[in-house]
Design a protein around this ligand. Sequence first.
Ligand code: FES
Length: 131
Amino acid sequence: MANYTLKVRRYQPESGEGAYWEEFDVDLDPSLSVLDGLLQAKDRDDGSLSVRCSCRAAICGSCGMKINGQSGLGCKTQVGEAQSHANKMASASGPKVDGAAPGRGSEGASQSDLCDRAGAEETARKRFSGD
Ligand code: FES
């Protein structure tokens, strides 16, 4: 196990304020994924942290996000690998995660948690009903 600090870009449109970065300390084996780190932060620190995911096996693509400024899958990118990349970038103190995947804008950070089946069904219902 190792400690990592995930810097997560967040956006809460109802606050009326712009996007901001927030740090979460997580304790993970380096071989676990950035997505595992985000889910740990959500479970331990802030239940309002929204994460898109479904298969957790690099198949569905729903966990697409920017990690250290590059597009990737949160469930496929190992947190140790992301930390090494962040260290090479020198200016970052830990993996930086932006939930907004390319083409999704910042809405990705405010979507329901698709790891939760009930949340996924609610999101699908809203999309198809136009609510
Ligand atoms: S959760 Fe499906 S690709 Fe990551």
